[in-house]
Design a protein around this ligand. Structure first.
Ligand code: ADP
Length: 616
């Protein structure tokens, strides 16, 4: 916007111009009327001066009535010479026969006795009507007043002639022109003075206006420090006061808006929920850090974009639907890197009139809840499924026995064995579930004691060695070979012996279960700076890469049928993980499919200074 006003566009100039024009027009009108009146008056008085006195007309009628022409002409001549000719008036007397009988112009005396050639005189002789007119003479640029008066005898109403008066008006007009000139000069001076005064007056009006303009521009720029000078108590003074008050009001409201904005900002920043506000076209105008983080964007990137695009729900929703029926929805923003499920609650920003001026969306991270919810559903479905399979098979075996198989000495014991195995497995599963449930609710007691982990590990592995040795016919167990790779030093670690034994049992059982007959199981034990690492490595089936992240999940099994056939519950590793975590350690697996798996357990360990023992 160009704020520069050219001078001739300014009010200052316009006021001065208008005042000057008014003055000019007024003086013009006054001048015109004045000059016109002056002219009329002067011409009238001149006409009166030029008019011949009545006695002259009467004398002329008498002279013209005389029959002795020459005597009469003498009389006329002497009468005319007596006429005061200060107005340079030409007087001529013409008789009824159109013969010039006398003139006061000495140069025209030869015309006496001659025929008259003046058509106006001729007309007057014919019409017997008086005639008067002002006519200009272009030859000498003068104006003349002509009066022709018929000379009529009153006794018999006979026209005896006319008297012709021809007067020069130059002196009258000269006087008028002089006065007009003086008037014009005076008018010009008045206009000049008026122009100056109007410039001063308009300056007095526009200066405060100018200052107020400057002040309002300053206010618009956010600078409230200035004050308009109040010049008087008139309307402009009141306006200046109003501008000053406005400046204070705007500053106050700006300050309160600013503090309001800061408050809103800090509320939004400190909120744990994401907040996005849009204008009525759905374009983002505010986004707090939480929302920006959840949506993996920044406020500046999101501003002015459609909220539907920012939320990534443009395919499922349109803005109209949301505005007509603001509701809540679940937005799944999970990707390869992270799980993120957001609960979005929409509401309208509405004015009192009901006009919708925008939209607010509050985003709440429900990933954890959703996960827990899903886990719970999955768990219930898993448990039901896991129990249904053994129960169905137990049910069908019992049915078969009932149907007469009990009498068959060969089949009946087999059926009963299967029934017992399945029931055992169910009991194991229920016990496992109870253990997990106790661990979840922290009611499972962990009795930590300082044990020599090498001794304990050895003791557990000895039991597995014993199983093969004692099982001579090798019918129930697989053949395997346990190799120990232990550190030489004794490592004292705080564990719950029973729970720890359960974990190692589980790892060993799995190593045996998921390995072909006759493999080696390498068990190692070593220490790092602050950890004791135990590992159980088999040469078995291994675990597919995609299953590795889920191996410790409840009920997860790579091959369900195989696990079940082996009497597995799918809960062993889940319990192991809970136990190790409760002991402050970590459990993980490295595995290559068809080559074997290694399960690692790291337990916190503080090396005990040998000297301490010596002292004791
Ligand atoms: P299960 O009772 O089925 O053995 P676990 O929780 O102990 O339950 O193990 C879960 C799954 O992990 C098993 O079903 C199996 O698929 C896989 N698994 C565990 N240990 C091994 C291993 N040493 N080698 C190959 N797969 C294994």
């Amino acid at each position: 916007m160009n704020n520069k006003i050219k001078y001739f566009q300014s009010i200052h100039f316009k006021i001065a111009l208008v005042l000057a024009l008014i003055l000019l027009v007024t003086l013009e009108i006054v001048g015109a009327v004045f000059v016109n009146q002056l002219e009329n008056k002067n011409v009238d008085s001149y006409k009166k001066q030029v008019q011949l006195p009545t006695y002259v007309n009467t004398t002329l009628i008498n002279e013209l009535s005389k029959t002795n022409t020459s005597k009469a002409n003498l009389g006329i001549s002497s009468l005319l010479s007596d006429i005061d000719n200060k107005n340079s008036t030409e007087v001529e007397v013409v008789d009824a026969k159109n013969t010039v009988r006398g003139t006061n112009e000495s140069g025209n005396q030869s015309h006496v006795g001659q025929k008259n050639f003046n058509p106006d005189i001729k007309n007057a002789l014919v019409s017997r009507q008086p005639y008067n007119a002002i006519k200009g003479d272009l030859s000498n640029n003068s104006r003349y007043y002509t009066v022709i008066t018929p000379l009529i005898k009153s006794s018999n109403n006979e026209l005896v002639g006319v008297v012709y008066v021809h007067a020069n008006l130059d002196s009258v007009y000269k006087e008028i022109n002089q006065i007009t000139l003086i008037y014009v000069a005076a008018a010009l001076v008045a206009i000049l003075a008026g122009l100056l005064i109007s410039i001063v007056i308009s300056r007095a009006i526009t200066k405060p206006i100018d200052e107020m303009k400057q002040q309002t521009l300053q206010i618009a720029k956010g600078d409230y420090s200035g004050q308009v000078h109040v010049y008087g108590r008139d309307e402009l003074g009141q306006l200046a006061n109003a501008v000053n008050n406005l400046s204070i009001k705007v500053e106050e409201s700006q300050e309160s808006t600013e503090s309001e904005r800061q408050r809103l900002d800090s509320v939004l920043t400190n909120m744990t929920d994401g907040v996005i506000a849009t204008d009525r076209r759905g374009k983002v105008i505010i986004m707090n850090d939480e929302a920006a983080a959840s949506l993996e964007t920044t406020e500046s990137e999101a501003i002015d974009r459609s909220i539907l695009d920012v939320l990534g729900i443009a395919d499922e929703y349109n803005l109209r639907e949301i505005i007509e029926n603001p509701d809540e929805t679940i937005i799944d923003r999970s990707d390869n890197q992270r799980d993120l499920i957001l609960h979005a609650h929409f509401s309208l920003i509405q004015r009192e009139s009901g006009f919708v001026s925008g939209l607010v969306c509050v985003l709440h991270d429900v990933t954890e809840q959703q996960k827990i919810d899903n886990d719970r559903k999955q768990f219930v479905s898993n448990v039901s499924h896991e129990l249904r399979t053994p129960l169905t098979s137990v049910h069908s075996y019992i049915e078969a026995l009932q149907d007469g198989a009990w009498k068959d000495e060969l089949i009946a014991p087999k059926f009963l064995k299967v029934t017992q195995d399945e029931t055992d497995r169910m009991i194991r599963m229920i016990n496992d579930l109870l253990t997990l449930s106790r661990m979840d609710s922290n009611t499972q007691k962990i009795n930590k004691e300082l044990v020599n982990i090498k001794e304990l590990f050895n003791y557990i592995l000895d039991r597995f060695d014993m199983i093969i040795k004692n099982d001579d016919d090798k019918q129930n167990t697989k053949n395997y070979n346990i190799i120990r790779k232990f550190t030489k030093i004794d490592l004292w670690v705080e564990v719950d012996t029973d729970r720890f034994t359960q974990v190692i049992d589980n790892l060993m059982n799995n190593a045996i279960k998921y390995s072909p007959d006759g493999g080696s199981i390498i068990c190692s034990l070593y220490e790092t700076h602050n950890n004791v690492i135990l590992s159980v490595k088999d040469q078995g089936l291994g675990i597919p890469r995609s299953s590795i992240p889920h191996i410790f999940d409840r009920f997860y099994r790579v091959d369900k049928a195989r696990s079940r056939a082996q009497g597995g519950t799918g809960l062993g590793l889940a319990i192991s993980k809970e136990v190790i975590q409760a002991l402050g350690g970590r459990i993980w697996v490295e595995s290559t499919e068809n080559k074997g798996s290694t399960f690692y357990i790291a337990l916190p360990y503080e090396p005990i200074e040998e000297d301490l023992w010596d002292e004791n």
